[in-house]
Design a protein around this ligand. Structure first.
Ligand code: KG4
Ligand code: ZN
Length: 360
């Protein structure tokens, strides 16, 4: 085979039905069909509704991705699909769809770990060399990874309860701010005093890179209730100060754990060490600024893929599939859908599933 590989990627592990076509690093099409309005009334993703919507939309997403790329299925080199971790009904829909496409067109199939898709994206967007350090921070993910190869990851630590985006969303809900919570909490925090209320910095007293964010939300709830009991309600100023205090606590935890992760990574880093952040929370200016400063201090290149490639999408699955395919990976028709699938089996996470399914 000569020239860059052309890969069709499929993603359906949570609440986005996505298909994309990549040729080398060129994104020929990138279709994401969200399901937010289907789940809005329930305050979270409902797995059965998600699975049904994926089953309905996958064919459509694939047809749109192929026509957007100006290709037919016979012109792709392989079909890559998220085979886990995630909500099992959605993952199954994607795997079954990909098997049908691959078998029907006589194309190779590559099962991809969703987290590997996120973790390999900095190679698609910034051509980072292995090994690099990665922090995934979104509504469903939170972990530090040393990315050594397309199927070689060392997990340094992650959340033992809520993901940071989940904490932002819960905070917004407790304060009556609009969803998604991250942007509204960040906006409110700009006018606030981060020192007015004392928020904990969980797990900083313990070694390692594990994190915990559920206590922040409980602290916020207590402060809110005390203010309401005292004054009969919250003022704009109270809200701003609560948001600022919460965000500063979360930033400080991420900053300190990043320092530790960098130290562990530098033990095996090459001449040009690099750090990448990805996930919706990477859009937060205060957090991003703190992590960027730490990297500058430690002499690491700092990168963050554009948001559309940080949040769930199929271009990242096609890219990971392409790297794996180039390295010889092939999946059989017995490819299984896995609700759990740690990237680093030697260092599996301590936690259960989150609002948006398994976090690792
Ligand atoms: O990566 P993402 O789009 O989706 C998944 O979690 O799968 O991340 C969404 C999360 C939400 O929890 C949202 O509140 C958070 O990212 N987020 C932010 C900001 N923008 C989005 N959190 C903090 N600050 C932001 N500016
Ligand atoms: Zn994801």
């Amino acid at each position: 085979m000569s020239g860059p590989l052309t890969i069709l990627g499929l993603e359906s592990s949570c609440d986005d039905t996505a298909a994309a076509v990549l040729r080398g690093r060129e994104i020929l099409s990138n279709v994401v069909m969200g399901q937010a309005e289907l789940h809005a009334a329930f305050g979270g993703v409902v797995p059965e509704i998600a699975a049904r919507a994926h089953a309905e939309k996958l064919d459509l997403a694939v047809a749109e991705a192929l026509s957007g790329a100006g290709l037919t299925l016979s012109e792709v080199d392989a079909v890559a699909v998220t085979a886990g971790p995630g909500l099992i009904g959605g993952v199954l829909s994607g795997v079954m769809c990909a098997k049908g496409l691959a078998a029907g067109a006589g194309k190779p199939l590559v099962g991809v770990n969703h987290l590997a898709g996120h973790a390999l994206t900095p190679r698609l967007t910034d051509d980072l060399a292995y090994p690099y350090l990665m922090l995934l921070i979104s509504g469903g993910h939170c972990q530090f990874l040393v990315v050594r190869g397309p199927e070689d990851f060392r997990r340094l630590g992650g959340t033992i309860d809520d993901a940071p985006g989940e904490a932002f969303d819960k905070t917004a809900r407790l304060l009556g701010l609009p969803q998604p919570g991250g942007p509204s909490v960040e906006k409110a925090a700009q006018a606030g005093d981060p020192k007015r209320f004392a928020f904990p910095r969980p797990l900083l007293d313990r070694p390692g890179c594990d994190m915990s964010f559920s206590g922040l939300k409980t602290a916020l709830l207590r402060q809110r209730d005390a203010l309401v009991a005292e004054n009969g309600g919250l003022t704009e100023g109270d809200r701003a100060d609560l948001c600022a205090g919460f965000q500063a606590a979360l930033r400080d935890v991420l900053a300190e754990k990043t320092r530790r992760a960098i130290a562990a990574y530098l033990d095996e880093a090459p001449g040009a060490p690099a750090f990448a952040i990805a996930g919706g929370v990477a859009a937060n200016g205060a957090i991003r600024g703190a992590l960027e400063a730490i990297c500058a201090e430690a002499g690491l290149r700092f990168t963050a893929p554009p948001l559309a490639l940080c949040t769930d999408n199929a271009a990242m699955i096609a890219w990971a599939g392409q790297e794996m395919f180039a390295a010889g990976a092939r999946s059989g028709m017995d490819l299984a859908a896995r609700p759990r699938w740690p990237l680093d089996a030697a260092s599996a996470p301590l936690i259960g599933g989150g609002r948006k399914g398994a976090k690792a």
